[in-house]
Design a protein around this ligand. Structure first.
Ligand SMILES: Cc1ncc(C[n+]2csc(CCOP(=O)(O)OP(=O)(O)O)c2C)c(N)n1
Ligand SMILES: [Mg+2]
Length: 549
């Protein structure tokens, strides 16, 4: 969906811009006489429409062109405004807010460049199919032709990440435009609404009426029958799950199907949220590293995709395949991303007479002691994380082996990087904590990735968010050292220097304290356990710099 609103006859004529007659304004120069409602400006109609659409949170980094929107947020109660000091934080926070609440948040970004700063995390959000009402203030319509410094191709920059894209043209249409954007966001799209300053400050605003989220498309019965036939064949089959099928209930249903048919379960490598831990059916992801990913799907004759896309390697590697499924394996789509995967699984289970699986009783481990290892770290997490913890995982190389042991912890959610663009962990922790203030967020944060959007710590302090940031400080881009070998490159001094974060070492304790987040360092699991326990039991954010080598 894209383009300008066609419904112009609802509006009174556009007021004359300053400069009067003869000023260029998209061909329209009309006097103020006859202008419509004076009760509300475009920005106010936008805020009222957001509230009508159930939007209660705005992650914001404003500028001059958004001042009327900011003023309207001030005048009209009902929206929690969270200031973020970098647009990457805005976008990552809005993404995780969606993942945790199932509701879109709005953003507030400043002109093309503000949007551009947000793009990497909007890319991640799009890959995870998040719904966001992405509001970008921009130059007034009649100022745009003057090509002032902040003028940019805002639509052009927004297009690749946006499922819906609209530039408001008149104050009286902003409400209707916003209503459409909200409806699109509720369907799991990034809905970008570009708001030229005059469409915000002009009078004549009309509140729009967002529609309720449309029900997700049902899967055709023949498709379900075919999947049942595949599963009954007894040939080696993998059920590859993504999207909403990684929640507790559909996972139990998929576990039941696996139990009666012998199929294996796998989660997509890049997925937005898995419900796991005590009482949940355990599922492994398709591994990141190509040499682990290929064996994970080896031998499969069929892969049934449920809200998942065909599994491919993260990158190409010389002499290795890009597709992860074997040559003699057939892919079957049970449910596409926008369809109702859980309902399709339930119908499939019925055909196969499969009962939902019950998760085995896993014993919760004690915290591990001694030197820091990934296994010991995972064990301490499983031992100490509270019930309903939200784990935000940007742990990169240290985190590859954390999954099996943390499954022994209490029921929790796991939010992973969905689009491979690092710098999403701290922002996602912010958004998850804003969305679920009654829960504890533990952010597993690799050090190099932390530095992209480190400003998110300030928002965590300002908004007193219940987050423990665990910075995994190996002082390297460790994964890239591995990748260097993987692509067959022969590193020299310059190459190795570009993967090293030392000289000077980053002091995350001081960085955090400088932004109002209490922090301490640990070099052993014993010290980590003590700090984690204390952090979990105090409200607000804290940071543990865990030195891992
Ligand atoms: C936006 C973006 N920029 C750069 C990269 C390339 N990249 C992938 S991993 C990585 C370094 C990660 O280092 P760190 O966060 O310290 O994790 P570690 O490998 O040390 O565990 C970089 C630069 C990327 N994936 N995304
Ligand atoms: Mg590192």
């Amino acid at each position: 969906m894209s383009g300008f609103h066609a419904d112009l006859d609802k509006c009174a004529p556009r007021p004359s811009p300053p400069g009067g007659k003869g000023f260029i304004s998209g061909g329209m120069v009309t006097p103020l006489d006859g202008w419509g409602s004076k009760t509300m400006n475009g920005a106010e109609s936008l805020v009222h429409t957001l509230i009508a659409g159930g939007i209660d949170t705005v992650f914001a980094n404003p500028g001059t062109s958004e001042m009327h929107f900011v003023a309207a947020l001030d005048r009209i109660p009902g929206i929690n405004c969270v200031l973020c000091l970098d647009e990457g934080v805005v976008a990552g926070a809005a993404d995780a807010y969606w993942r945790i609440t199932g509701k879109p948040a709005a953003t507030l970004l400043h002109c093309g460049p503000g949007l551009a700063n947000a793009l990497a995390n909007l890319h991640n959000a799009r890959r995870g199919r998040a719904g966001i009402v992405n509001i970008v203030g921009d130059q007034a319509t009649y100022h745009r032709p003057l090509d002032a410094p902040l003028t940019a191709d805002t639509e052009g920059w927004a297009r690749p990440v946006s499922g819906f894209l609209r530039t408001a043209t008149q104050a009286c249409l902003v409400g209707a435009d916003a209503a459409e954007a909200i409806t699109a966001a509720k369907a799991g799209m990034i809905a970008t609404l570009i708001l030229p300053a005059d469409t915000a400050w002009d009078e004549g605003g009309v509140v729009g009426t967002p529609r309720a989220a449309a029900a997700r498309g049902a899967v055709d019965h023949n498709v379900i029958e075919r999947a049942a036939t595949v599963l009954r064949s007894g040939e080696p089959t993998v059920l590859l799950l993504g999207g909403s099928t990684l929640r507790e209930h559909p996972l139990a249903i998929a576990g039941g199907i696996a139990a009666v048919t012998g199929a294996r379960l796998r989660a997509e490598m890049s997925n937005a949220r898995i419900e796991r831990g005590a009482g949940r059916v355990e599922i492994e992801r398709v591994p990141y590293f190509i040499d682990a990913a290929l064996p994970a799907l080896a031998g499969a004759k069929h892969i049934i995709l449920v809200e998942a896309v065909p599994p491919v390697g993260f990158f190409a590697y010389p002499g290795k395949p890009g597709r992860l499924w074997p040559e003699d394996c057939t892919l079957h789509v049970l449910a596409r991303a926008e369809q109702d995967g859980p309902a399709a699984l339930a119908s499939l289970a019925q055909l196969l007479a499969a009962e939902p699986a019950t998760a085995p009783n896993r014993k919760r481990p004690d915290p591990a002691q001694g030197p820091v290892t990934p296994q010991g770290f995972a064990q301490s997490l499983a031992a100490l994380m509270p019930e309903r913890t939200i784990i935000v995982d940007e742990s990169i190389s240290f985190g590859r082996g954390l999954f099996p042991i943390t499954a022994q912890g209490p029921a929790h959610d796991w939010l992973a990087l969905t689009g491979g663009a690092i710098g999403d962990g701290i922002p996602m922790a912010v958004g998850a904590a804003v969305g679920a203030p009654d829960r504890r967020v533990i952010a597993l944060q690799a050090d190099g990735s932390a530095m992209y959007t480190i400003a998110g710590l300030w928002t965590a302090a300002r908004s007193a968010l219940n987050i423990v940031f665990v910075v995994l400080a190996n002082r390297k881009y460790a994964i890239l050292l591995h990748e260097l070998a993987g692509v067959g490159a022969n590193p020299g001094r310059t190459a190795l220097d570009m993967l090293d974060l030392g000289r000077p070492d980053l002091d995350f304790v001081k960085i955090a304290e400088g932004m109002g987040v209490p922090a301490a360092a640990a070099t052993s699991l014993d010290a980590f356990n003590t700090l984690l326990h204390a952090s979990i039991n105090q409200p607000g954010p804290s940071l543990i710099e865990l030195r891992i080598g």
